[in-house]
Design a protein around this ligand. Structure first.
Ligand code: G3H
Length: 533
């Protein structure tokens, strides 16, 4: 019997087990519609009963373009050219709907957390963190929207004009999240878009669909008909017609720049499309010769290998000053070798199976490509694997002909390169097509200070003596070059899904009386000076 894949069903702690989840419907126009067409079966790479094919988790609809367009019709009806119930509802009421949704969502925590563990092989603490962080994101978004609304809940008087300036929704948002944070990253666009009055069509990632099932009922229960709708299936089949229709107003997509470019290019009026994109990254760490070595090693291990390196913010290449290269490698390799490999519910597990066998295969090919071109695997267990559980692999002797040198690996392989002049890693970052984040480790204020200025014009977050990361969610999260479009944070997201809009009237006694009456009688949700408590 292998170490990581036990045939013993009893080894699954009951609190982390899941029941088969057959999702046979899709959410459209406020109802879950039964799907009788083809379905996609979901197998977990967390293999217990069947290490060959994985455990059967359930299935979901493989919709076609015809149904996708029906979903679009339902969304258009809910938007109704901006006249729908949800887009014209006042902010206070919208907040209440989202609050009630979140309350019910929390009741489904265990089921969602467990499905995260089985569908994408995320460890129990990380799955729990993803859930809690998402709920907190919703609550912080509500607070931020209240603040925004309070600041706009008054008329201003400028050059004899009364005006009320608010942010209005844009229309129909197509939300597509990634498999590595199928709940959190999807909700960091879905929730701000929803709460600001937009209509949502939501397509979960290929891996990470079933965990959303309990939420479909809640979307139907807490929001007016057609406010949130879902589609499933092959993107070319179900997303292409939506984009081609020209009726998607916002594309919120986390994935590859190649796919983002294709999707954007399908829209017949690209100037009408707002894009909020989280794309590839190749975040570099630079370790100077005076760095606190143990801290740098710890941050680089967690930065490059948390959730098997499947984070857009992961450190994906490490540059170490030649003077300390050997010492760094010794500590780094020793730390990497100690990372516990296993199944998501095991105590202290750090490395779990890759959820998609195709990704595990891709990583294996990236390592072979490097080795074939002269790279060395530096750690004793590097390059080994069991099923889709890939042992973390540290590679050195990297040159620019290797895929690992420039491609986003999104898996447990870490290239480490020595440098002599700081211009070497800086040139790498300048030449990189990506510009999300970087980390610099060192103690010399002058050297660090001088490095900050060129790098902040290359990446959007520079981390000093710490790994790259997205959080806290109140901070801006974005990227330059091929890494992102639009900025997300609790407050920035509310802006990105809305447009500044105002009602203005010349200052005359007639207009003053008119405005007063609209305000006193609450004839408008937009022109409204109520304070949200
Ligand atoms: O994959 C990208 C995630 O948003 C990473 O978030 O840096 O907080 O783990 P994190």
């Amino acid at each position: 019997m292998s170490t990581y894949f036990s045939n013993d069903k009893k080894s699954i702690p009951p609190i982390y087990d899941v029941k088969i989840c057959e999702q046979t419907g899709f959410l459209m126009g406020g109802k879950i519609h039964e799907w009788s067409g083809p379905t996609e079966s979901v197998y977990s790479t967390v293999s217990i009963e069947n290490p060959e094919s994985g455990r059967y988790l359930g299935k979901y609809p493989l919709m076609n373009s015809e149904h996708s367009l029906k979903v679009l019709e339902a969304a258009e009806k809910a938007w109704d050219h901006g006249r729908g119930k949800w887009p014209t509802m006042n902010v206070d009421e919208r907040i209440n709907c989202v609050k009630n949704f979140a309350k019910d969502m929390v009741k489904n925590k265990n089921q969602i957390r467990n499905m995260l563990m089985w569908e994408i092989a995320k460890s129990a603490p990380d799955a729990e963190k993803e859930f809690n962080r998402t709920v907190e994101y919703i609550s912080l978004t509500i607070d931020a929207l209240k603040d925004l609304d309070r600041n706009s809940s008054r008329l201003i008087h400028e050059q004899s004009i009364f005006a009320q300036v608010r942010r209005a929704p844009l229309g129909i948002t197509l939300c597509m999240g990634p498999y590595n944070y199928p709940l959190n990253e999807t909700f960091t666009t879905l929730i701000p878009s929803l709460i600001t009055g937009n209509i949502i069509i939501f397509k979960p990632p290929k891996k990470g669909v079933l965990l959303h099932k309990p939420l479909l009922q809640l979307f139907a229960r807490h929001f007016p008909e057609g406010t949130v709708n879902t589609i499933y299936g092959d993107g070319r089949e179900v997303v292409t017609p939506l984009m081609k229709s020209g009726k998607i107003d916002v594309l919120a997509f986390i994935g590859s720049s190649k796919v983002a470019d294709i999707l954007k290019s399908l829209h017949p009026d690209p100037h009408r499309l707002r894009s909020v994109l989280g794309l590839e990254a190749k975040n570099a760490a630079i370790i100077m010769d005076d760095a606190n070595l143990q801290n740098a090693v710890n941050e680089c291990i967690s930065g490059s290998l948390s959730y098997n390196g499947q984070r857009c913010t992961a450190l994906k290449i490490i540059f170490v000053h030649r003077n300390i290269f050997d010492n760094f490698m010794e500590l780094f390799i020793s730390g990497v070798e100690k990372l516990k490999k296993g199944l998501p519910w095991e105590d202290d597990v750090k490395i779990t199976p890759m959820p998609d066998p195709a990704d595990a295969q891709r990583i294996t090919e990236i390592i072979s490509d490097a080795v074939d071109k002269g790279a060395q695997i530096a750690n004793p267990s590097g390059g080994k694997s069991q099923g889709t559980l890939l042992f973390p692999t540290v590679v050195t002797n990297i040159n620019s002909s290797m895929r690992i040198a420039y491609e986003e690996q999104f898996g447990p392989v870490v290239p480490v390169l020595p440098f002599t002049e700081i211009s070497e890693p800086v040139k790498y970052i300048i030449d990189s097509p990506y510009g999300q984040q970087a980390s610099i480790f060192g103690k010399n204020p002058e050297k660090i200070g001088k490095l900050i200025d060129p790098l902040v014009n290359q990446v959007c977050r520079l981390n000093i003596n710490s790994q790259c990361q997205r959080g806290p969610d109140t901070l801006p999260f974005t990227g330059r070059k091929d890494s992102a479009e639009g900025t997300l944070s609790i407050t920035d997201a509310l802006r990105v899904f809305t447009i500044r809009t105002l009602v203005a009237a010349k200052d005359s006694s007639e207009n003053s009386e008119l405005l007063k009456s609209i305000l006193h009688e609450h004839y408008s949700s937009f022109l409204n000076t109520d304070y949200i408590f």
